[in-house]
Design a protein around this ligand. Structure first.
Ligand code: GUN
Ligand code: FE
Length: 450
C-alpha cells in the first residue's frame, strides 16, 4: 500500500469523557496502514509535510463539512440473525431463541444462504462506518469460515466465532453441536483456518472462542473451550447475565453468577468480551476488571430482551473496558451511531426511572446517566480496549480504521449551523442524526473500503 495523509478536522475520544478535536490536522498513514503521526495545524512540520504529501499525490483533503472520525466498533453482533433484523421483537429471550432464532440459525447449514446473507450484512455494516465487528456466526464450521472470508474480501476487520452449543436440555435437536467433541474440534478448526486463511496474512480477521452462553453449553464444553482459549491465546465472547431468566438459570445450575462461573471455566481473560452483563454485581465488575475482560453494552437490544438497563455509568466509573454492540437482531438497527444515541437515552431512563405512578424519588437510580462523549468513547476507544487491539483512536501507533462524516450531503437529517454549532455540537448531532448517507469514506488498516 502507498503511504498517504489525510488533512482535515479530526474528532476522537482517546480519554473517557473527553473529546480531542483537532481542526486541520494532518494524519500520516504508513505503507502498512498504521497511523505514523498526527500533526496539529500549528505544529512546525505541518505545512511542509502537507505540501510534500500534496506533491506526491498522496494527500486526501477534507472539506469544511467533512470530519475524520475513528471507525465504529461493533462489539457484539449475530451475523446469521441479519434476515431477522427489525422483526421477531415480540417475545422474551427464551421464547425468542427457541421459536425464532434457533430455527433461523439452523438454516445456515446451507452455505449458499450463508454467503448471501453474510455478504449483505458486511456490506451494510461497512456502509454504516463499522470498521470492526465481533461476530457470532452459527454452529456450522464451513459457513463460519465463509463469514471470515467475506470479511477479508470486503476489507472489514472481523472477529469471527463458530458458536458452541451442545446442551441437549437447552438446545433443540435441529440446532446443536453433534457432540461436545465435535463442537470443540470445529472451534479449533476455525481458529486454525482463520489464522492461515489466504489474504489474511496481516491478521485483520481473527478467530474467537464462542460459547453461546452458559445455558446452551455443558460444563464439559465450557471447560474445553476455556482450555482452547488458553492454548491458542484467542479472543473469547459470550453472553453474560443478560436477562432475569438467564441470570437465574446460571445461579441455579452453578450456584454462582455468570461472571464467576465463566472465570471458573477459564473463560475470562484480557481478550474476553462479555455481551450485555446487565445484572453483574460490584464483585463481578471487580473480577471482570481484574481479568482485563471487556463488556459489550447493547443498549437497544436490552430494551427488548434484558428486562433492565445496563448500569453503564457504574461500569465506566469502575474503569471497565465497555464498548457498544448492536446485538443484531436482538437490537434492530445496524448503526453504532444510533446505538450511541440509545446508550445515552437508556441511561437517562435508568436515572429517572420510568413508572409515572411512583414518586420521583423512588422512580430511578440517581447518578446513572452517561453523555454523548462517553457513548462515542464506548463505540470507538472502549471497543478497541475491550478487544485489546490498537483501534478506536486516530493516534500514532493505531491502525488507520476511520471514516469521514460529511454534514453537507443532501437528503439527510443531519443539519448543522455555522452560526451556532461548535465542533462538540457537530459531533453530538452526528451521533444523533447522521446516517449512512453522511458516511462518505471508510478505511480499515489504511485501505479505503467505502
Ligand atoms: N443469549 C443467547 N443467545 C442469544 C442471542 O442470540 N441474542 C441475545 N440477545 N441473547 C442471547
Ligand atoms: Fe447477543
Amino acid at each position: 500500500m502507498k503511504a498517504f495523509s489525510v488533512l482535515g478536522t479530526l474528532i476522537h475520544a482517546p480519554v473517557l469523557g473527553e473529546l480531542e478535536i483537532l481542526p486541520a490536522a494532518l494524519v500520516e498513514v504508513d505503507g502498512s496502514g498504521d497511523i505514523s503521526a498526527v500533526h496539529r495545524s500549528n505544529s512546525e512540520s505541518h505545512a511542509n509535510l502537507t505540501a510534500q504529501a500534496r506533491q506526491e499525490d498522496a494527500l486526501i483533503e477534507l472539506s469544511d463539512s467533512q470530519y475524520l472520525l475513528p471507525g465504529m466498533i461493533d462489539l457484539h453482533i449475530h451475523a446469521p440473525q441479519w434476515p431477522q433484523m427489525g422483526g421477531a421483537l415480540h417475545l422474551p429471550l427464551y421464547d425468542w431463541l427457541q421459536q425464532c432464532t434457533f430455527p433461523l440459525e439452523a438454516k445456515y447449514a446451507d452455505l449458499e444462504f450463508a454467503d448471501k446473507v453474510y455478504s449483505s450484512l458486511v456490506e451494510t455494516l461497512i456502509a454504516n462506518g463499522t470498521t470492526t465487528a465481533l461476530y457470532f456466526a452459527t454452529i456450522h464450521l464451513e459457513p463460519s469460515k465463509r463469514l471470515a472470508e467475506i470479511c477479508v474480501a470486503k476489507g472489514q476487520r472481523g472477529l469471527v466465532g463458530k458458536v458452541a452449543m451442545d446442551n441437549p436440555a437447552e438446545c433443540p435437536d435441529f440446532y446443536r453441536d453433534a457432540s461436545t467433541e465435535q463442537g470443540l474440534d470445529d472451534t479449533r478448526a476455525l481458529i486454525n483456518y482463520i489464522r492461515e486463511m489466504p489474504g489474511n496474512e496481516s491478521a485483520r480477521v481473527l478467530p474467537v472462542v464462542t460459547p453461546r452462553f452458559i445455558p446452551s453449553c455443558t460444563d464439559e464444553m465450557l471447560k474445553g473451550l476455556g482450555e482452547i482459549a488458553k492454548e491458542t491465546n484467542c479472543h473469547v465472547q459470550t453472553h453474560c447475565s443478560e436477562s432475569d431468566w438467564e441470570h437465574n438459570y446460571v445461579i441455579e445450575r452453578h450456584g454462582t453468577e455468570d461472571t464467576n462461573s465463566l472465570n471458573n471455566f477459564g473463560l475470562l481473560g484480557n481478550k474476553t468480551v462479555l455481551a450485555h452483563s446487565n445484572f453483574i454485581s460490584e464483585a463481578d465488575m471487580q473480577l471482570i476488571k481484574q481479568q482485563g475482560s471487556g463488556i459489550a453494552h447493547c443498549p437497544l437490544s436490552n430494551y427488548y430482551f434484558s428486562n433492565a438497563v445496563f448500569p453503564a455509568r457504574k461500569a465506566l466509573d469502575q474503569g471497565l473496558d465497555v464498548g457498544l454492540g448492536t446485538d443484531i437482531s436482538g437490537g434492530p438497527n445496524p448503526s453504532l451511531l444510533h446505538n450511541c444515541n440509545v446508550a445515552v437515552t437508556s441511561s437517562r431512563a435508568l436515572e429517572e426511572g420510568v413508572n409515572p405512578e411512583l414518586p420521583a424519588e423512588e422512580r430511578g437510580v440517581p447518578g446513572s446517566r452517561i453523555n454523548f462523549k462517553e457513548a462515542f468513547w464506548m463505540a470507538t476507544s472502549g471497543g478497541g480496549r475491550a478487544l485489546d487491539l490498537k483501534i478506536g483512536q486516530i493516534s500514532e501507533g493505531y491502525a488507520m480504521d476511520a471514516m469521514v462524516v460529511d454534514t453537507a450531503v443532501s437528503d439527510s437529517n443531519l443539519i448543522t449551523w455555522d452560526e451556532s454549532d461548535d465542533l462538540e455540537n457537530v459531533l453530538q448531532k452526528i451521533l444523533y442524526n447522521a446516517d449512512r448517507n453522511n458516511i462518505t469514506k471508510v478505511w480499515v488498516q489504511g485501505e479505503q473500503i467505502k
